[in-house]
Ligand binder design. Structure first.
Ligand SMILES: C[S@@+](CC[C@H](N)C(=O)[O-])C[C@H]1O[C@@H](n2cnc3c(N)ncnc32)[C@H](O)[C@@H]1O
Length: 185
């Protein structure tokens, strides 16, 4: 994919990502229930203002942990403001990553990549890094939007994940979206 075509979602659009209305058609708990259990360490890659991170933190409970990772400090600030002074502050670790590298060394059970892969410059490198971060039975849920990402672009993403060693399986139904589950190994 050509880097110059990739646009990162601006911080000014954070409000759209975080609207209460979105919960009606993309409910984080319903989508993530089959994949997240209490005590897990999970990654919300490209977390934006944390629409999913908050529910993920409630789902992993006190013994679990969420790494909420984003390229833009402005997005992480939005999430910081939401959890500041709450008990979730101890469970959600805010991590600023690089454009081509996540840079997190702790092993994780599950990763969510929701509406972010089409903004990532080298998807195969990203999948390789994730494979090294995931525990042996770990998995990634990739969800891509309907209009920015064509069927063939999505299939290309799945191919790159397979080249990095993942086994793709049917993902959950998410309205307006394309989904895949990637199993480690
Ligand atoms: C469309 S938003 C989706 C946010 C969130 N996942 C959601 O569904 O509400 C994409 C987010 O991915 C982040 N992003 C883009 N490229 C990235 C990269 N290479 N590494 C980490 N985050 C990235 C952007 O900063 C933005 O916050």
């Amino acid at each position: 994919m050509n880097d110059t075509k990739l646009r990162v979602c601006p911080v000014e659009r954070a409000g759209h990502l975080d609207s209460g209305f979105r919960k009606w058609f993309q409910n984080p708990r319903k989508i993530l229930r089959p994949y997240i259990q209490e005590g897990m360490t999970v990654l919300d890659f490209g977390c934006g203002p944390g629409f999913f991170s908050i529910d993920m933190a409630q789902m992993v409970g006190k013994s679990g942990r969420v790494i909420a990772s984003d390229l833009q400090e402005g997005m992480l600030d939005k999430l910081r403001d939401k959890i500041n002074g709450t008990e979730l502050e101890k469970r959600i670790y805010l991590h600023k990553c690089q454009k081509a590298r996540i840079g997190w060394s702790e092993k994780i059970d599950f990763a969510l990549a929701f509406y972010v892969m089409h903004e990532v410059p080298n998807q195969e490198d990203f999948f390789r890094e994730l494979a090294s971060m995931l525990k042996p039975n770990g998995q990634i849920l990739v969800v891509e939007p309907p209009f920015h990402v064509s069927k063939s672009a999505f299939n290309e993403t799945v191919k790159k994940a397979s080249a990095a060693g993942f086994t793709p399986e049917a993902g959950p139904k998410v309205i307006f979206s394309k989904t895949v589950i990637l199993k480690n190994g």
